[in-house]
Design a protein around this ligand. Sequence first.
Ligand code: 4NP
Length: 158
Amino acid sequence: MRAKRVLIVCLGNICRSPTAHAVLEHKARLHNVNIEIDSAGTSASHKGERPDNRSVKAASARGYQFNGLYSRPVADHDFDDFDLILAMDNDNLTELKRRCPPEHAHKLRLFLSFHPDYPALSEVPDPYYSGSKGFELVLDLIEHACDKLLVAPVLTDS
Ligand code: 4NP
């Protein structure tokens, strides 16, 4: 079975989606789950930038690395290339739905649709203008959702 390909999407691709990318990669390795992961932004305004220092600091304190991650905007071919495209919030999901060819619409979901408290919790809040607590919340939400995602049939079924 070829590895499932997962694309994680937020607005700038410098805070939430690179964090989810790093956490999912770490946990997939730990649990021997063979998946390919990438992340992207609905906006190109931070294209080429490294993840936000506040995200790097919060994540590295929990043991996650951001190796080789640079912001890139979502590309049209991503809808073809990936099996699962996970949006951090409803604005990201709306933008993905607007761009996605109808035959790939089934690939689009909220990242927190895998969180144990979904749908009460459905969005990973944008931490860009928040203090350090916002970045810790991003990590808490992402860690829980990753644990569920890694055992979800959408990834484990052939
Ligand atoms: P992200 O956070 O979408 O989680 O990467 C943001 C990064 C940059 C901006 C907003 C959110 N910005 O307005 O520049």
